[in-house]
Design a protein around this ligand. Sequence first.
Ligand code: C2E
Ligand code: MG
Ligand code: MG
Length: 760
Amino acid sequence: MRPPLLIKKSTMSLKNSQLHLIPTDTHELFLREERLSLALKGANDGLWDWNLETDEVYYSPRWKSMLGYEEGELAHHLDTWASLVHPDDKDRVLKTVQDHLSGNADSFEVEMRMRHKEGHEVVVLSRAFLVNRASDGKAVRLVGTHVDITERKKTESYLEKTAEILEMIATGQPAAVIYDRIALMYEGRHPGMRCSMLELESGKLLHGGAPSLPKDYCDAVHGLENGPNVGSCGTSTYTGKRVLVENIETDPKWAMIKHIALPHGMRCCWSEPIKNSSGKVLGAFGMYYDFPALPNEEESEDLKSAARLAGIVMERDQAQKRIRVLAYTDELTGLASRVRFYQQLEESIKSSDRNGRRFALLYVDLDDFKGVNDSLGHDAGDQLLKEIAKCLRSISREIDFVARLSGDEFCIIVKDVDDDYAAAHVAQRCLEMISEPIELSSRKFTPTCSIGIAHYPDDGENMSTMLKAADTSLYSAKELGKNQYAFYKPELTRKAEHRFRVEQALREAVEKQQLSLVYQPQIEMSSGEIIGVEALSRWNHPSLGHIPPREFIVTADRIGMIKPLTEWVLYTACNQAVACRKAGIPVIRMAVNISPNHFLDNDFVLLVKRIIEETGMNPNELELEVTENVVQTDPQNLSVFRDLKELGVLIAIDDFGVGYSSFASLKHLTADYLKIDRHFVSDMLHDKETQLLIASMIDLGHKLEHRIIAEGVEATEQYDMLNNMGCDIAQGYLFSKPIDAEEIMQTLNSNIDNGRCVWP
Ligand code: C2E
Ligand code: MG
Ligand code: MG
């Protein structure tokens, strides 16, 4: 007869002495259990029988085999269960047991994770079906079953996760996030597996998602061209067919790129092409293991379903990208659309608020575009719009933004404008380029446009006020007669126009001989002798009139005209000096002003040398006046100074005392003269401190062996005071305003006395 409770003698853990605790009707129990035993066998369940007093537990062979153990293995004790149950589940299970035994819960049914002999997890459903109690009601025995529900759980979790992913797709989560989620889901189903999704774009593999693959590997794959032998994914996207590579190391398909996979441990790779609903290959789903292998049935199925799932995401993502491109691009011209423009304007406002830099908004509107459509037809109109778009694109810098707003209305956002003229320059270039004649319907046509300019934050504080300001400016430009630009503030328009006209005119000034030189004598205070003249440029433009040198010199510097201008001044001044000498006038110095930018140009020394040679000028009769801030610009300046000194020319520091580094500059520059700025001279009579300053400049200058020239001497009192302070040379209206060549020759000629020119 079989022992009761299905416990074989050899493995019985309950002591015989304890059997008396089993309820009286043993036979009936036996029968019930015998029946149950058979039923369990049929149901493939394991049985456990727990003596609560001793913690001995009988585990049936099926119980053990469920976890990979033989019948003879595992001690029949509660500790065995305790060592195999997942530590996170243990307390919960014991609590459920307790509740059941104490009558708090009617039934006992609990899920727990247990460790298989081979290390993986088995999910077990444990149910108790029998409690025996002692006469005092205390539970002494609990019997139950184990069912392996791993597969069911896996399927449940797979379905749950798939549903989650589908929900993410439906709610429009970013594709990259969903790709990672898909990869992690399949990796969870197959421990040790690593997954990747690659997108295919114009024959190139682009990284989609691969949360468990190393970044180095993903970066190396990103951008690879697909082809018949470009790993598993490159090949599968190329052929449109599944590619199973059992061993990356030896498979010829990986020969070219295995060096990027092997260092990261990947040994096999299976790839399924990802296709859209019409069968077009969008990318590839890859599965990797760190050992050579081919997929089993489940993995093979999963590879297929993973690619299908990823395909839904990819197709949606590409459709969205296409929609975005359509919404953000103007179809006819390829420029940004109005929608995109609004977005950009908002971004520009935000970034300007952040970094405090201004930007300009230009509205460009074609003049009489309707006429083109009406007379030449809509095709010609479209062609014109495309040409305009091309122009605007070529004019703007990389960081600027160009959009077509509607019909013939365009806009440019010019970023980081430092002054009002930056936008005016862009506008001017637009006017010029757009008005290049083009051929429309075999007819020559010269388009023109009007431009409105508004600045942020000067002319509007938010998007709508900015749009309004630009629109108002455009309206002004049209009102003013079209084919021009207008700022929101009319005075800026006038200033910008003037500035632009000056620039244009200056380009021709040298050529058209509109420039001339005037000369102002310099008088040595100790002797009253005229020892030099300063050459000063004058520009009289036929329509703009007399433009002061301070204005046109800055302009020349800005538009790159300073070099020819200085060249002309040097030639003219040196020729004049040589003419004086030839006319028998005693030798005097010729001072010429030189813009600091020349000292950045190595060719400048050569230019001076050439002019000296060509004119026959004596180098030590030529004095170059340069402002003290020249030392601040660049150390390279200093070498130019040295080379000039080597030529033998004299150097004067002009406007001394007003710059940032007056005294510091003396340390670096080997100057012959210091010219005290005329503002000191004009203040000196009323201001004691200025007197002190001038006195110390003279003192220090002398100590450093410079001769001192006072500029702007207008009054005898100034002259006398300077003379008393020991100043060497005076220049100013007291003696003479700058006068033209003829007059200076006359002045010098008529004051010759004993081989010297002496001021009368
Ligand atoms: P600067 O070199 O300091 O020239 C002296 C300026 O003071 C000249 O102005 C001159 O006319 C003016 N001036 C002379 N004496 C008196 C006076 O007693 N009272 C008053 N109120 N002013 C006096 P200008 O000719 O208008 O030139 C202005 C500046 O333009 C010059 O200042 C110089 O920096 C620049 N400049 C003139 N011609 C040239 C040139 O050919 N090349 C360069 N690079 N700069 C030039
Ligand atoms: Mg000067
Ligand atoms: Mg000066």
